[in-house]
Design a protein around this ligand. Structure first.
Ligand code: ATP
Ligand code: MG
Length: 575
């Protein structure tokens, strides 16, 4: 895991490598201080040598300044390295997510991706800073302090040595038990983010159904879970400190006890005892820091695993080795296509679909909700790949095309379409960056959007707010159609894209298509018979099967489902 993540240190490697160097320097200076102290006491103060005391005192101040300088430099370098490291991981994650196919996005929920890119990366960054500084400093400090303590008085120092294995074992046990707990904590974070995200995205629905209490309760549950899990993990971690302190203070008491005896018996000087006690403090501080690092690292380990999972996810849709770079025409063929979202063949949502659509046709697709209409058309621009069988566009398997080439040729207005913050023109240019203003206008005229856009206070420069909340549902649908038209696609797919548009406007849009883009193959998914009645070909889908194909008149004569839908809409007055 460390190797995998270390890659992202990248250009900040020099800071990462320099930090331990400065930390070492800081330690050396710091450890020398008690050593000098013992000399000052024994050779200066005790014997009244004020010249020696003064010289050594100045040296002591010098060392202290150097130690501070080294410490500050180390802190700066480590923060630099860690922030850069976090930036790189985040960028890599974001790039990766952009490569994801729909299937990958289904696998990780949006909220989980967000938690991974924020909370998890933060945890990794924290652990990285700590490892750079404290994880170098603490053991080094302990070892050096131990060496000095031994050189001062080996017998007394032996007491520390006995304490180390006891502490090591305690830390190890705590660490091992806490890790799985933190793993669960982060899963719970995903849950919490999901609740918040869903709530905020649908806040208008929540309010109109007066579901605030229900939402509060849902949030409360998710947040309570995190509280409990964290409490459990932290409770365990809280044993860390008392155990260390118990061991270390016991050591100190023993040292003072034996030290006092040694001094009385004349085998040790006061200065020596002072320095040994100071070293005891250093070892204690080192251990405490180590304990803290352990907590942070065990949290980061869970986070690191989650970050790597996201980074190593292979996009389910890849470009082929030797891609076809041109789409010949807008013909579409489905050959024995089967598909299931889970990859489990027994749960197919498309079963043995066979369909031939000549280029330039206008095709209506009709079927009940959940009959797999959207699924069917998503196979064409490879938003999902078929389970078995194949889909041909312009006579070539869609999997053989360069993905950009294919998607440029196939414009799809998704059922759940989105506008982005920015002006109307900017949104339309998603279809084609180089489109002229006249082309944008033309597309809007075709999509019956020109009229209302021109009536807006700033016309095509009107700013669309985030999520497109300042346009109506029908206006948004028309802008999305215009955006697709700007692409000048060979195939245009409208997935229920005129559901919020009145029938007259819808008819005008269809008439425009027939007149201005006759070569483009048009696939229109609709609920209303009137939307598809005059198509060259109508496909009736039922539970993932093709139930019938033909013109309106043919289907009226032969297809029971079609007839039934027709009459029910007639009666309902929907015509
Ligand atoms: N991303 C997904 N993951 C898993 N299952 C899905 C996904 N999208 C759709 N399904 C399932 O696949 C089936 C077909 O859904 P699809 O969206 O294609 O229907 P539809 O005909 O477009 O319906 P509607 O008219 O309501 O838009 C449904 O049973 C649905 O539950
Ligand atoms: Mg649909």
């Amino acid at each position: 895991m460390i190797v995998k993540l270390a890659r992202y240190v990248g250009e900040f490697k020099k800071y990462a490598l320099l930090t331990p160097v400065f930390v070492c320097l800081e330690c050396v200076f710091e450890v020398l201080i008690p050593y000098l102290m013992s000399h000052i006491i024994d050779r200066g103060v005790s014997v009244g040598n004020s010249g020696y005391t003064l010289r050594m005192g100045l040296l002591l101040i010098g060392l202290a300044v150097l130690s501070i300088a080294a410490g500050v430099t180390a802190a700066r370098f480590s923060t630099n390295a860690a922030s850069g490291f976090a930036r790189n991981i985040r960028a890599a994650m974001f790039h990766k997510v952009q490569e994801y196919s729909f299937a990958n996005i289904d696998k990780f929920s949006t909220s989980s991706i967000i938690t991974r890119m924020t909370t998890d990366v933060n945890n990794i960054m924290q652990a990285f800073v700590m490892s750079l500084r404290i994880a170098t400093r603490a053991p080094l400090m302990m070892i050096v302090a131990m060496v000095f303590a031994f050189s001062v008085n080996a017998k007394l120092a032996l007491i520390y040595l006995c304490a180390v294995p006891v502490l090591g074992a305690a830390i190890f046990i705590i660490f091992r038990t806490a890790f799985p707990m933190f793993e669960r904590v982060f899963k719970a974070y995903d849950g919490l983010n999901e609740v918040v995200q869903e709530n905020l995205a649908g806040i208008r629905v929540v309010k109109s159904y007066v579901k605030e209490d229900h939402e509060r309760e849902k949030f409360g549950k998710a947040s309570e879970l995190i509280y409990r899990l964290f409490m459990k993990a932290e409770r365990l971690m809280s044993f860390n400190m008392p155990i260390m302190q118990l061991v270390m203070y016991t050591c100190q008491i023993l040292i003072c006890w034996f030290g006092a005896k040694f001094i009385i018996s004349g085998t040790m000087s006061t200065g020596q005892l002072t320095s040994i006690v100071a070293y005891a403090g250093m070892i204690l501080a080192g251990l405490m820091m180590l304990g803290m690092v352990m907590v942070v690292i065990s949290i980061a380990q869970a986070s690191g695993a989650r970050a790597i999972e996201l980074l190593e996810e292979e996009s389910a849709i890849q470009d082929p080795e030797d891609p076809v770079m041109e789409v010949a025409d807008g013909s579409i063929v489905f050959e024995h296509v089967n598909f299931s979202y889970s990859g489990d063949e027994t749960k197919n949502v498309l079963t043995d679909v066979n369909l031939r659509i000549p280029s330039g046709y206008t095709v209506g697709i009709l079927g009940g909700t959940g009959s797999s209409k959207s699924t069917l058309v998503q196979m064409i621009p490879r938003l999902y790949d078929v389970g078995s069988g194949r889909v041909l566009v312009g006579g070539v398997d869609v999997r053989d095309y360069d993905l950009t080439v294919l998607r440029d040729a196939v414009a799809m207005v998704l059922q759940k379409n989105e506008l982005f913050s920015g002006t109307v023109s900017e949104n339309l240019r998603w279809g084609n960056e180089n489109a002229t203003d006249e082309e944008l206008r033309e597309a809007c005229r075709l999509a019956q959007a020109d009229e209302f856009v021109s009536a807006m206070p700033e016309g095509y420069d009107t700013v669309i707010t985030r999520g497109g909340t300042n346009v109506s549902g029908g206006q948004k649908q028309r802008l999305c159609i215009a955006r697709a038209l700007v692409k000048r696609p060979k195939i245009l797919i409208l997935d229920d894209s005129t559901s919020a548009v009145d029938t007259a406007t819808e008819a005008a849009i269809r008439a425009g298509f027939r007149e201005y883009i006759p070569e483009t193959t048009k696939l229109i998914i609709a609920q209303r018979i009137s939307s598809v009645q005059d198509c060259d070909m109508i496909v009736v889908i039922d539970e993932g099967h093709i139930n019938g194909v033909g013109t309106h008149d043919e289907l009226m004569a032969t297809n029971a489902i079609y007839r039934e839908v027709y009459y029910s809409q007639q009666k309902g007055g929907e015509q």
